[in-house]
Design a binder for this molecule. Structure first.
Ligand code: SF4
Length: 441
């Protein structure tokens, strides 16, 4: 039996794509081995979101090429899409496949095996109109299932390379999404996480079918417990979607709504499609339709032109929005994006200091949000175990994205448990098991 090993860099969408690519090998009779072990094929699914992403991708590619000269080394993903020539310049690389046509990977591997000539299968992703529907019937190590519904982005934020690497919005056909969602629910997954490069863009390229329609249709799937929207832009939270969310019994009380900056002038320079006033209005509406909702966000610190005043405004704005958690990123210049050419770059030392202040604020806000749930009993999907001071805890997430640890039986991995929150924390809250609500098949 032939063997394949994978290494994936980057985001949840890349991880989903790797699961989908593994299915192709699985159907072709391959077994999966660890990346450190000898394999007939090595697949590196790369990331290019930062220059560091490119560097780490090259590092893993070189590591694969040094392993087994007889093996086939395949490079795919965003760095492959952006720089196939550069990658083919690395000795030992046999095949480069971009973010489209992964479905042909098995034939392409046979082609390079026979012809023994490296092959570049990358095409212009910006001309792609069709979502590449690769099947993932189940996940190897997951208790919450990602469900990829969309690829690409039409926004072109000035700091971001992703639209050039992933192309424009391509939505998956609703019937295909619903088919996979039913199958995942039947396989025992209590939660599906709607995932995509720009999840909120779902339906932009479909005739008369929107994310709100998809939420309504998913809500009809009986044995599905939870639907989580992985991320959505403020500008895409329509009244129709809010009504679908309000009417749903399965939507998680958690929305990740990237802010990126808390000053409208910085947002304008980022080419973000909202002002801070509009953003605040959307959060107010979200809280009206989903009381107790956890709103998490992303913030880029030190974007070119971000003055001390702009940053202080960002701090004030974030304090007032009472986020449940924040991902804080120092702006990093990404070659190939408009912002990389902006002249008023912020010094690294200033970025570093600002990141420190915002991370401290993020922890404070996370504790404040968790504290509002003290004494409440919430359903937790058990995802993993952790041992602390010799005690084994079960760990998982509530629908409002609190990470909770509690004492229980490891048999309950993958199951749904009712847990009372006994200690609030920015990272992992503590809880007490009240009941086991289901078991994993
Ligand atoms: S919305 Fe902006 S940040 Fe997000 S993927 Fe699109 S271009 Fe990048």
């Amino acid at each position: 039996m032939r063997s394949v090993a994978f290494h994936t860099l980057g985001c949840k969408v890349n991880q989903y794509d790797t699961e989908a690519i593994w299915q192709l090998f699985h159907h072709a009779g391959y077994e999966q081995v660890d990346f450190e072990d000898p394999a007939d094929v090595y697949v590196i699914n790369t990331c290019t979101v930062t220059n560091e992403g490119d560097r780490k991708s090259r590092q893993m590619i070189r590591r694969a090429t040094r392993k087994n000269p007889e093996s086939v080394v395949v490079v795919t993903g965003c760095y492959a899409q952006m720089a196939p020539g550069e990658i083919l310049g690395i000795p030992g690389v046999d095949l480069v496949v971009g973010n489209q046509f992964r479905a042909q990977m098995m034939e392409l591997i046979e082609k390079v095996r026979e012809e023994k000539v490296p092959y570049n299968a990358v095409s212009n992703i910006l001309t792609q109109k069709e979502f590449e529907d690769l099947d993932v019937p189940m996940f190897l190590e997951r208790t919450r299932a990602s469900l990829k519904i969309e690829d690409g982005c039409n926004h072109f934020c000035t700091f971001c390379i992703i639209p050039y690497a992933r192309g424009l919005v391509r939505s998956r056909k609703p019937e295909s999404v619903l088919f996979q969602a039913r199958r995942l629910a039947n396989a025992g997954y209590h939660e599906i996480v709607l995932t995509g490069i720009h999840t909120g863009g779902y339906g932009e390229d479909l005739e008369g079918y929107t994310l709100a329609d998809l939420v309504r249709d998913l809500d009809k799937i009986e044995n599905l417990t939870r639907i989580r929207i992985s991320s959505i832009e403020a500008s895409e939270i329509t009244e129709d979607l809010l009504q679908a969310i309000e009417a749903s019994s399965k939507i998680c009380r958690h929305l990740h709504i990237p802010l990126q900056a808390g000053h409208s002038e910085v947002l304008r320079r980022m080419n973000r499609h909202y002002t801070i006033e509009e953003y605040a209005m959307k959060l107010k509406r979200v809280r009206e339709v989903l009381p107790g909702v956890a709103i998490t966000s992303d913030v880029i610190v030190g974007f070119p032109g971000e003055t001390d005043d702009y940053f202080e405004t960002t701090i004030d704005f974030i304090e007032r929005q009472a986020f449940a958690d924040l991902h804080v990123f120092p702006y990093s210049t990404r070659v190939g994006t408009p912002a990389a050419k902006f002249t008023d770059q912020v010094p690294e030392s200033v970025k570093h200091q600002r990141v420190g202040r915002l991370v401290a604020l993020a922890d404070q806000l996370a504790v404040q949000y968790a504290t509002t749930w003290l004494g409440e009993t919430l359903d937790v999907i058990v995802e993993e175990t952790m041992t602390q001071d010799g005690q084994t805890y079960l760990v998982g997430h509530t629908d409002n994205y609190l990470k909770v640890a509690f004492i229980g039986d490891t048999e309950q991995l993958g199951s749904l448990c009712a847990v009372t929150i006994t200690k609030a924390d920015a990272k992992v809250c503590l809880g007490e098991l009240q009941a086991s609500l289901s078991v994993l098949p």
